[in-house]
Design a protein around this ligand. Structure first.
Ligand code: GLY
Ligand code: MN
Ligand code: MN
Length: 475
């Protein structure tokens, strides 16, 4: 469970051995840097309340929620670490190789314990010889005592996790798929583990006030990133889509942890490819740029926003006609976001508007109701109209249908509304001038007690507002 040196890995170091004198020299002479009286993380009480709900759902059972392990990119180069969203949701912690355990108490409820990497052990040389977790290589981390103050829950060395878990026979559920070692070692029931995964996802469907604040920050930073990107279109025209991606990345790294998903920077016909993340194409004046990007906060909550921009600053009449159709569909979808509304309603409302436009243009035989009932519009709308948003861009996907796609919206849910029209370059069912045009408008909606709040409303949405915003940026 703790740090694993991959078998057979060779280093390119010049020194095969450590002389005992060097090992001794490195062991001592280091100051005590233990930090005392740390202020608890602002998220700690919210994480505790989330753990209480988990505890109430699985009385008498031990629950193990791993953070996940470091993953090798090549040799001793590692991918940036991203903890499992369930682990971070329940602890506020983001460190690798860790796990949260909820131990059932005889009197009811659970005692939580976070198993974490302790400070690097200087007597074993870990701190200066282990480039994956040695603090001399990767930076200082909290001691267990420091982590207890920050996270507000008991912490133990992850080196004793397996020993602790196997010391007594307790009915255990494991959040599988994040720690290969624990997956192999812990003998639990596949069905009961599946129920745990479902519940962990469902626990995140309604955001608490701390989480909505994070999503607000993500949207604010994302709006600034879009402004940076739009202001940089002239350089993109001289280079490629990648320039815009890089411009947004800088904002995402500056104001957050990075991007919350692969940025889609799709100019011209690339806009008709749903997940265009290669972003290596040209940016041509006169065409549209579909830009779908989100800043992930340092606390790992992400925005997910799309704007479709006229690269030269003004829509052509046809581009505007298609844009307006998508805008009307988004407006209809946004109006359907309210507490008590069925989750499917915003999707249905948007899709109906798009079906009407497609029939109106003569691309599908009406009436529009028939088109909608049969789902024929999907040839041009491709994807669903939105999804839950939070720690993951496609949040809570393991929730049961009854709790997600078949649920009624509740205050505190956050979701995207993102209708689009995509006319493929080789689609002979539409006139030539439509081919190669893709438009999506995507906003992040918080369901409130009275309706909704558009968290990404800082960015213009109507065609006219986009044109004047772009004129202001270049002026
Ligand atoms: N950016 C992925 C999505 O909009 O769902
Ligand atoms: Mn998106
Ligand atoms: Mn989305």
């Amino acid at each position: 469970m703790t740090y694993r040196q991959p078998a057979g890995r060779r280093r390119n170091g010049l020194y095969d051995e450590v002389a005992p004198e060097l090992a001794e020299l490195m062991r001592t002479g280091w100051a005590d840097t233990e930090l005392l009286d740390l202020t608890p993380d602002a998220q700690a009480p919210f994480a505790a309340a989330r753990r209480d709900r988990l505890s109430a759902r699985f009385p008498g059972e031990r629950l193990v929620i791993p953070a996940g392990n470091l993953k090798i990119r090549s040799n001793d180069d590692l991918y940036p670490f991203r903890p499992s969203s369930a682990y971070t949701h329940l602890t506020g912690d983001q460190t690798p190789n860790a796990a949260l355990v909820l131990n059932p108490l005889p009197e009811g409820g659970h005692e939580p314990v976070a198993y974490l990497l302790d400070r690097s052990n200087r007597t074993t040389g870990e701190f200066w010889l282990n480039s994956s977790i040695g603090e001399l290589w990767v930076g200082r981390r909290s001691s267990l005592k420091e982590a207890e103050q920050l996270l507000g829950l008991p912490c133990r060395d992850v080196a004793v996790l397996v020993e602790d878990l196997t010391a007594s026979a307790v009915s255990t559920r494991l959040h599988r798929g994040y720690d290969v070692d624990l997956d192999r070692r812990l003998d639990t029931g596949a069905d009961t583990d599946g129920e745990l995964a479902e519940f962990l996802a469902e626990l995140r469907l309604v955001k608490d006030p701390w989480e909505t604040e994070q999503l607000r920050k993500a949207c604010t930073a994302t709006a600034r990133g879009f402004q940076d990107a739009a202001a940089d279109l002239a350089t993109a025209i001289a280079t490629s889509e990648r320039w815009i991606e890089g411009t947004f990345n800088r904002r995402a790294r500056l104001e957050g942890n990075g991007v919350g998903y692969g940025t889609i920077c799709a100019a011209g016909a690339h806009a008709t490819i749903m997940h265009w993340v290669r972003n290596d194409g040209p940016v041509r004046p006169g065409e549209l740029l579909l830009f779908d990007a989100g800043v992930e906060t340092t606390t790992l909550y992400t925005a997910d926003v799309t704007r479709t921009l006229p690269i030269s600053g003004q829509f052509t009449p046809l581009q505007r006609e298609i844009y307006d159709a998508v805008y009307q569909a988004q407006e209809a979808g946004i109006r359907a976001v309210a507490p008590g509304a069925r989750y499917r309603e915003f999707h249905e409302a948007s899709q109906r508007v798009l079906a009407e436009h497609l029939v109106g243009w003569g691309f599908l035989d009406g009436p529009a109701d028939r088109v909608y009932e049969l789902g024929l519009q999907r040839r041009y709308t491709m994807a669903g109209t939105g999804h839950m948003l939070g720690l993951d861009v496609h949040d809570c996907t393991q929730a049961r249908n009854s709790q997600y796609v078949d649920c009624e919206l509740e205050a505190g849910m956050v979701l995207t509304v993102e209708p689009g029209l995509y006319f493929q370059q080789d689609d002979l069912t539409v006139p030539e001038e439509f081919r190669g045009i893709g438009v999506r408008i995507e906003d992040d909606l918080l369901v409130t007690s009275t309706g909704h709040e558009n968290l990404s409303a800082d960015l213009p949405r109507t065609a006219t507002a986009i044109e004047s915003w772009m004129a202001g940026l270049s002026g």
